[in-house]
Ligand binder design. Structure first.
Ligand code: NAX
Ligand code: ADP
Length: 264
């Protein structure tokens, strides 16, 4: 079973999934580059990015196929939203807040990361959140480690009615109803900046590509599980022989990991 889409004769760029992305900021523009790169490399048909001009320029320098929008531009539709990577809730301006709330309230599936996690309670559609340990602690109101990440993720999934991808080693994927899996990546080389931004982009591509079919309930947890597996497999390929990897190395390995999965 895979959520990866292979285009056929009847497909076009829109039918392969339109992902709306609201990530990056003046402080962390690179997170937008990484997430957008990862979404394209996973096989999405169309990526639309809402971001400040500097972020747009950096993303376009890397991926000119991305369609960019100003923060106050809201026209057009998307199949799913990717929100929050490379943003800091404490530095959020009103235009960004409005855009994030509009996406979360739209009813479309949302992937919510980093600097949008504090707004997730307003979500109207099927939602996945991707906190690392520090972000999970913040959601739980905890101040001290150690704590049980799997149990914490289950509590938050039920409270928020969202799938929780609690990143780390292992990563726990928990559905709102409590169904949970724990996944070990093929390498610990993932312990490097920006690899979580890449995971968010992979997940965005899977959900947007599948939204027309089944982006609800258990399907969303299953998509999140496959995104984590694919991310871990690409990391294993990129880190062959134990070599160090960067987040972009990981993103560049995604097409090979996709092909490998589809050939199985
Ligand atoms: N190139 C880029 O633009 C990058 C941007 N990033 C963005 O930077 C922003 C700040 O994210 P940070 O997570 O660094 O900082 P945060 O301010 O979100 O978190 C800091 C707190 O969480 C803990 N923490 C951070 N990462 C952790 C981890 N992986 N596991 C356990 N605890 C962890 C820290 O010890 C600290 O207590 C986010 O918006 C993120 O998306 C990062 O993804 C790094 C790369
Ligand atoms: N030691 C480790 N072993 C395996 N995977 C790891 C390890 N450390 C981090 N990861 C993975 O790398 C990614 C890091 O994401 P995150 O903490 O959000 O970083 P960033 O914000 O820099 O992108 C997650 O997918 C996490 O599961």
């Amino acid at each position: 079973m895979t959520w990866l889409r292979v285009p056929g004769a009847d497909d076009d760029k829109r039918s392969m999934g339109v992902l709306g992305v609201v990530t990056g900021s003046e402080r962390y523009p690179g997170a937008a580059v990484l997430g957008v790169e990862a979404a394209w490399r996973t096989g999405i048909g169309y990526v639309r990015l809402w971001a400040p001009r500097r972020v747009q320029d950096l993303v376009l320098a890397r991926r000119p196929e991305t369609v960019c929008h100003a923060m106050d531009e809201t026209s057009g539709s998307v199949d799913a939203w990717l929100l929050g990577s490379g943003q800091d809730a404490r530095e959020r301006d009103p235009a960004l807040r409005a855009l994030l709330l509009e996406a979360l309230g739209s009813g479309a599936p949302c992937i919510v990361d980093a600097g949008a996690l504090d707004l997730v309670r307003g979500h109207a559609g099927p939602t996945v959140i991707t906190p690392h340990e520090g972000e999970l602690m913040r959601l739980l109101g905890l101040r001290q480690r150690p704590f049980d990440r799997a149990a914490g993720a289950a509590r938050i999934a039920a409270e928020l009615d969202a799938v929780v991808v609690a990143k780390g080693a292992p990563t726990h994927v928990v559905a709102p109803g409590g169904a949970a899996v724990s996944l070990e990546a093929r390498t610990h080389r993932l312990a490097t900046a920006g690899t979580g931004d890449v995971l968010a982009g992979v997940l965005g591509a899977l959900v947007a590509g599948s939204a027309a079919f089944a982006a609800a309930g258990d399907s969303l947890a299953s998509m999140a599980t496959e995104a984590v597996e694919l991310h871990g497999e690409a990391a294993g390929m990129a880190a062959a022989d134990g070599r160090p990897i960067t987040a972009l190395d990981l993103a560049e390995q995604l097409p090979a990991a996709v092909a490998d999965r589809l050939s199985r």
